[in-house]
Design a protein around this ligand. Structure first.
Ligand code: UDP
Length: 315
């Protein structure tokens, strides 16, 4: 990657900032574009000032710069609680923003990696879910702003490949966690939220009966997967990236309680509408590319808890 020009949209977000960091270390010239709607300067502060890193505070829905070897389009609002509050703003980066990125890729002959999501499968009835599964999504439900805009995004990528030959790749990213996840407990994803509740010894809030499952992947594994997909010979491919350890949300709450030695109680809140019951990827395709996650949930959670402890000033 030495000397290659890479654009990362959403590069000041949780996943984007780790990806920028890895690319900078590999010697690429990284441009991070972010409107800071959910990302933060703090996530990239340690990269500022490096000669092969630059930051553009821009909205990719307005325009996308040209002249890159690689474009990774990750700008999006990731948290369900957040995107359900801002549905229109959620749909635009995956449609207009992506269109701008694809036009840039077409003009500059860039490779474009689209950060899609396991949400394209909706409430899947085939578990583990392989890439050929078409999905079971409510097109007008409260999650549709995210699910359907990501599905549109995938279709737009494939259309640019078919009509203009643009070299696109699509990563379907399953639940990912680690340091730098949003600290604000109100809109946070389940892992940061449970960790903060546990560290404060406040009740841990489980939605529904807690038997719904997710398969979590530690951020360093996810970044390696994204790089693998970006740099492999896999034009036009769509690949699941995610953890294989399926765990119920109630088990997760108990595990986080144990790892933080917390005295929190567990309380049950109403289930989220259209909350997928089970989520687990079939990662055979990624394994064929030479990728598989290596950090166990226990180890990854310990690292994440450590970070939250320091960050939040907990003892
Ligand atoms: N969840 C929960 N309590 C919370 C936050 C989330 O029980 O305080 C559940 C949520 O209902 C879902 C799972 O945890 O079943 C994962 O939620 P998250 O918001 O992290 O992302 P999702 O996988 O739904 O996109």
């Amino acid at each position: 990657m030495r000397g290659k020009r890479v654009l990362v949209t959403g590069g000041a977000g949780f996943l984007g900032s780790w990806l920028c960091e890895a690319l900078v270390e590999m010697g690429a010239h990284v441009t991070c574009l972010d409107n800071l709607s959910t990302g933060s300067i703090e996530n990239i502060a340690h990269l500022m000032g490096k000669e092969n890193f630059s930051f553009l505070k821009e909205d990719v829905c307005k325009s996308c710069p040209e002249g890159f070897d690689y474009i990774v389009h990750g700008a999006s609002i990731p948290s369900p609680d957040d995107y359900m509050r801002r549905p229109v703003e959620t749909m635009l980066p995956n449609s207009i923003g992506l269109l701008n990125c694809l036009e840039s890729a077409r003009k500059s002959d860039s490779v474009l990696l689209y950060m899609s999501t396991s949400e394209v499968y909706g409430d899947a009835d085939l578990i583990p879910t392989p890439e050929h599964y078409w999905g079971r999504v409510n097109p007008i439900g409260p999650r549709s702003c995210y699910d359907e805009s990501k599905r549109f995004g995938e279709a737009l990528c494939m259309s640019y490949l078919r009509e203009y030959g643009v070299d696109v790749r699509i990563a379907r990213i399953f639940n990912t966690y680690g340091p730098r996840m949003d600290l604000s407990a109100r809109y946070a994803r389940v892992i940061p939220r449970f960790i903060i509740q546990a560290l404060r010894n406040e009740p841990i809030t489980v939605h529904g009966d807690g038997r719904q499952t997710r398969s979590f992947c530690y951020v360093s594994d996810m970044v390696k997967g994204l790089l693998k997909l970006l740099l492999s010979d896999c034009k036009g491919e769509v690949v699941n990236l995610g953890g294989e350890e399926e765990i119920s949300i109630i088990e997760l709450a108990n595990l986080i309680k144990e790892l933080t030695s917390s005295s929190s109680s567990i309380i049950f809140l109403p289930a989220r509408e259209d909350d997928p019951r089970r989520r687990k990827p079939d990662i055979s395709r990624a394994k064929n590319l030479g990728w598989r996650p290596s950090v166990t949930l226990r180890d990854g959670l310990a690292l994440t808890i450590e970070w939250f402890r320091k960050k939040g000033g907990f003892k």
